[in-house]
Design a protein around this ligand. Structure first.
Ligand SMILES: Nc1ncnc2c1ncn2[C@@H]1O[C@H](COP(=O)(O)OP(=O)(O)O)[C@@H](O)[C@H]1O
Ligand SMILES: [Mg+2]
Length: 261
């Protein structure tokens, strides 16, 4: 396999007495979709927050394209090309899909964090360049048919898909998606997963947290399984699905959930 794009070494995070992430080692390779799964509270969101500078690790190192990004601020990490979706420009409902996307392109990686600035003035040349970039992206993702629609009129699934498009306007090298299909219908979920695959085909490496195991198994090249902040398995979907420790972690969780009701 090619050289790792992201190299994580002994990553650890404690919140008071809670060890949310423990001694975690893993790599992400260029152009792969790596699934990050595990029961509720396993530490998945914390891992994303650590990778993107929203939390400082208690211990450990994060190397992105060979550069030490451990402890850098979120905007610095985003500028390096490592981005998670919610830190991006917000959708503005009363504007069109195209307007939102052009604004995102305009702000580019300068934003890095949520930004409420809307549509400052572009130079004519910038405007043309940005328009064609935005149009290409919409075409690639199969969203061009919605470019003139006001965002608030779109169904939830399409708004989420547009959120991913906005993230792509910052031209990340690696995109971290935390439950991008939460609360969606099966059809919406299938659409968003298709967009995630197309995003990878555009040359963006992806780390994906997703609850639906069927979706994870069908989409990811490799899967990393966390339980109580530790890695319990890593490998191809089929190997992970047959791993005894993974099965017990999930069954244990399912059982506990049933006993709650
Ligand atoms: N900001 C925080 N302060 C204190 N505890 C936290 C914080 N964020 C997460 N935790 C705890 O860390 C553990 C892992 O949480 P999280 O990363 O959200 O898990 P997951 O995303 O896998 O469901 C949980 O026990 C959670 O309660
Ligand atoms: Mg989470």
């Amino acid at each position: 396999m090619n050289k790792a794009m992201l190299n994580v070494h002994k990553l650890s995070k404690a919140f008071g007495g809670i060890q949310a992430v423990s001694d975690l080692d893993f790599q992400v390779y260029r152009d792969e979709i790596l699934g990050l799964i595990g029961p509720n509270g396993a530490g998945k969101t914390t891992v994303f927050a650590l990778l993107t500078g929203f939390h400082k690790p208690t211990y450990g190192k994060i190397l992105f394209e060979g550069r030490d990004v451990t402890g850098l601020r979120p905007n610095k990490v985003a500028a390096a090309g490592l981005v998670r979706t919610f830190q991006l420009v917000n959708l503005v409902g009363k504007h069109t899909v195209m307007d939102n996307l052009m604004t995102a392109y305009h702000l580019q990686r300068r934003a890095g964090v949520i930004c409420s600035v809307f549509r400052t003035s572009f130079s004519r040349q910038d405007e043309d360049r940005i328009f064609s970039k935005a149009m290409n992206l919409l075409l690639d993702l199969g969203l061009d048919g919605y470019r003139g629609e006001l965002v608030y009129t779109l169904p939830h699934g399409l708004q989420k898909a547009l959120g991913i498009a906005l993230a792509l306007a910052t031209e990340p090298k690696m995109l971290l998606l935390d439950e991008p299909t939460a609360g969606m219908s099966a059809a919406e979920r299938a659409h968003v997963m298709e967009i995630i695959r197309k995003t990878r085909d555009r040359g963006v490496t992806i780390m994906l947290v997703e609850h639906d195991l069927k979706v994870v198994m069908g989409t990811c090249d490799r899967i990393l399984v966390l339980n109580f902040g530790r890695k319990i398995a890593e490998g191809k979907p089929q190997d992970v699905a047959n791993n005894q420790e993974v099965i017990s972690a999930y069954l244990g969780y399912e059982k506990a959930k049933r006993n709650d009701h």
